[in-house]
Ligand binder design. Structure first.
Ligand code: NDP
Length: 532
């Protein structure tokens, strides 16, 4: 079986009623209007879900190899459209075109490559070993798709954080209704264009543009699973809606990611990474460095290096050949201002930055804070902006204790030249991902599962786990079916002594007892059926 030629399908963006409500998108770079976009209401969302449900049996029954081949057309689509897509994403978010290309688009073929190889293995039926006490039977595990998956995406990486979960769900045979963020509607259209160009059967991917009300409608619609990326506050609402049904729900939420610098770290590399890891995407990443914990003996030298590097970052719009753009979302900029201001008033030192730039757009400069204390908002809450708070710690033990006391547990990193020590600390951090001497990379490694603990979320995507998240598990037990009856079935008459023999054999790990007991049960069974 093959799918149709890759001609654009009709499935796509802005499934909405005749005269939908509109919202306006403003440029984060200039503040000028970038256009008006429709808000899909609950009727439009339900209609999109109905189309996805109608498409589900056909897509589920399409062989995996054919599904993979269809998704692999994305490689060609991106080769042809990457320039246009990257520029549109950059205009919508304000990020440098370099970041739009590398962190939004280039990751897609990387993950496609991985899943082309792994999916046939991960999704294949596998046999599990059967205990002797169940001799004659075989156990298997296989997976089947959840059905229609509702995916709600955020604005910070609006292409990657929509496309990767959608692809992961589609590989397993699910169909998808995707809701991009109202903050980045142009990127939402890019995502819809990408899937339209794959030429998938109608209804396999539906994209419903809109605002929070559209997302809320999707959580109430007739979907079989919800996959949400965004804030903790909205994640709670999504989980509550999922619990009402109940349906499975995966939450990819925020972080307060720690960066632990040991005394023996390569300080030059650590400082460079702290700058990159806190300022990349203007700090609007759940994998951003949000708290650097630096041991006392190297703290001052680290600060010196970081400050110098931060001051070299060129800030500007996508057309200004800058390293760092504006923030994407005005509300998030207000959070940054609140965190920095309240920390300053509570005694933190602002060594560089710390005030919105005097130009149009949502520009905030790279900001370095020291003398941070645990009672400050910036210590506890996610800032999600271009700010690096540095905390002086006595030693690594204190850093580990403080890191694990956080409400969040998404990503952490450890900086040391002793790799064994790095791994030991990594194992002790209560966090979904940990890097030793690196930042950002673990989320880009397609073989590594991604997700958090505590308020950072529930579930994993990426890696093998990222395929299985979108699947139901099925256990299959097969008996050869030759015997007319099983030794443990009725009648129980005369079986108790043999049952104890089997039990003692299993519990006491005595193979002879298991066999003797089993043969006794069989004999009692035969006698029982012969009427003896
Ligand atoms: P939000 O929670 O505000 O929004 C996320 C998505 O949910 C958007 O599409 C939004 O729509 C939608 N939404 C809003 N209200 C509802 C509702 N009641 N029901 C269902 N959906 C709704 O998060 P942000 O967009 O502000 O994203 C930033 C946050 O996401 C940060 O805290 C960050 O850490 C986290 N994040 C986590 C990641 C991870 O992988 N762990 C990755 C990236 C971000 P709309 O925007 O149209 O209102």
């Amino acid at each position: 079986m093959t799918l149709a030629d890759p001609t654009p399908s009709t499935a796509g963006f802005a499934a909405s009623t005749a005269s939908p409500r509109l919202f306006e998108k403003l440029s984060p770079v200039t503040g000028a209007s970038l256009g008006q976009f429709p808000i899909a209401d609950s009727e439009a969302v339900d209609a999109a879900v109905a189309r996805a449900r109608a498409a589900f049996p056909g897509w589920r029954d399409t062989p995996l190899a054919v599904r993979l081949e269809a998704l692999n057309r994305g490689r060609q689509v991106l080769l042809e459209h990457a320039d246009d897509y990257a520029r549109k994403i950059a205009a919508d978010t304000g990020k440098p075109i370099f970041e739009a290309l590398m962190f939004e688009i280039a990751v897609v073929p990387l993950f496609l490559d991985h899943y082309l190889k792994r999916a046939p293995k991960v999704l294949a039926r596998r046999k599990v070993s059967t205990p002797l006490a169940m001799a004659g039977k075989a156990g298997y595990i296989e997976h089947f798709p959840r059905g229609v998956v509702g995916i709600i995406a955020p604005w910070n990486f609006p292409f990657q954080l929509a496309v990767l979960p959608v692809i992961s769900a589609l590989i397993g045979g699910n169909t998808v209704v995707l809701k991009p963020s109202e903050v980045t509607p142009i990127a939402g259209e890019v995502v819809a264009d990408f899937f339209r160009r794959l030429g998938l059967p109608p209804g396999v991917v539906e994209v419903v543009g809109g605002d929070g009300s559209t997302g809320a409608a999707l959580t109430r619609a007739n979907v079989d699973m919800l996959f949400f990326t965004g804030s903790v506050a909205t994640g709670r609402k999504v989980a509550a809606a999922a619990a009402e049904r109940p349906i499975p729900c995966e939450l990819e939420l925020g972080g307060k990611d720690v960066f632990i610098v040991c005394a023996d770290a390569n300080l030059e590399r650590a400082a460079e990474a702290a700058v990159y890891g806190s300022m990349g995407n203007c700090g609007q990443a759940c994998v951003s460095v949000e708290r650097a914990m630096v041991v006392d003996s190297v703290h001052d030298r680290f600060i010196e290096l970081v400050k110098r590097k931060l001051e070299k970052i060129k800030v500007g719009g996508p057309d200004e050949n800058a390293d760092m753009g504006p923030m994407t979302f005005a509300k998030q900029l207000q959070t940054v201002e609140r965190h920095v201001e309240s920390a300053r008033q509570a005694g933190a030192k602002v060594l560089t930055g710390g005030q919105r730039l005097a130009r149009a757009g949502l520009f905030y400069p790279p900001t370095l804070l020291t003398d941070i204390r645990p009672d400050m908002d910036i210590y506890r809450e996610e800032t999600f902006g271009p700010v690096l708070p540095v905390i002086r710690v006595r030693d690594e033990e204190e850093a580990i204790r403080l890191a694990n006391a956080s409400e969040f547990g998404l990503v952490g990193s450890v900086w040391t030249q002793d790799l064994e020590k790095g791994l030991r600390i990594a194992s002790r951090l209560e966090s979904g991902q940990v890097m030793v001497n690196d930042v950002y990379s673990s989320v880009g490694h397609p073989g590594l599962p991604f997700g958090g603990v505590r308020s950072s979320g529930i579930g994993r995507y990426h890696g093998d786990e990222g395929l299985l998240s979108f699947m139901n598990v099925k256990a299959i037990l097969v008996d050869r079916g030759k015997a007319d009856y099983d030794p443990i079935w009725y009648p129980y008459n005369n079986k108790l002594a043999s049952a104890f023999e089997v039990f003692r054999g299993v519990a006491g790990k005595k193979l002879g007892s298991v066999i003797r007991g089993f043969l006794g049960l069989r004999k009692a069974s035969i006698d029982g059926h012969d009427g003896k």
